[in-house]
Write a protein that binds this ligand. Sequence first.
Ligand code: GRF
Length: 208
Amino acid sequence: MSGEKRVAVLISGRGSNLEALIEAARAPDYPARIVLVLSNNPDAEGLDKAAAAGIETAVVDHRPFGKDRAAHERLIDARLRQSGVELVALAGYMRILTPFLVEAWAGRMVNIHPSLLPAFTGTDTHRRALDAGVKLHGCSVHMVTLGVDEGPIVGQAAVPVLEGDDAAALADRVLAAEHRLYPACLARLAAGSAGVQPAADAVLANPA
Ligand code: GRF
């Protein structure tokens, strides 16, 4: 039996981090296999990228559930279990999770966030980093816990903020770092035992 961990990637849009994970997982010695790409948004571009790579896709649209977020998540959870998923990677999944899904996958769900946490949780991180005048910005992969963007940090990558940067230029630089960081962190988690909280030491994926 293969020792690869079975991973689901949850997306809502473009899916560039998904692509980076797909690419990394092609390596024969990569310890994880993406067995499912699931989106709440039927129009997510990332779904086409997954299908083109021969990966099973699923759409669990949140709209029919209205305010009943947990009901939406129960369906997601069932779909993950149906595919025998062991680890869940959020990659641009734009729904705030309820305690139901967070607790169901505690210690087995990670997210990538476009800032050096704990700075700049939430949205619009690049604009806020520029406004704050920081000279280093970056991205973090963290375990998903009940507090949004608050879980233990698995790894971080830093990028410089350069003279003349606007939010778009900074976002591009951070995104390139995300694409290195996420596969490295997922590999580390997959190589450990699922269900066990990983050590929160840093993986520095040098974007240069
Ligand atoms: C990334 O910046 C990620 O950090 C954030 O959402 C964005 C998703 O981009 N959580 P993509 O869909 O992976 O291209």
